[in-house]
Design a protein around this ligand. Structure first.
Ligand code: SF4
Length: 76
């Protein structure tokens, strides 16, 4: 389960975030490219935009469900 006390710094504020458990598999970026992207060095992902449309919310929920290490939270 993601820990909102250990968010990576680049996340924009809001419900969704990536925490420091991220292993940079890029699954979330593929599931929700309008909301997640990789850091400049590719070492982890972060949320650059909170979901706005229903479509983006579904994509972010799919990203959360697909993360292999449970590094995505929606309670930020
Ligand atoms: S799916 Fe999870 S582990 Fe993979 S890049 Fe996204 S946050 Fe990191």
């Amino acid at each position: 389960m993601a820990d909102k006390e250990n968010k990576v710094a680049e996340n924009v504020s809001g419900a969704y975030y990536v925490d420091e458990q991220c292993i940079a598999c890029e699954v979330c970026v593929n599931e929700a490219p309008d909301n997640f992207k990789m850091s400049d060095d590719g070492a982890y992902a972060f949320v650059f935009k909170q979901p706005e449309s229903d479509e983006e919310k579904e994509a972010c929920q799919a990203a959360l469900a697909s993360c292999p290490v449970d590094a995505i939270g929606d309670d930020g």
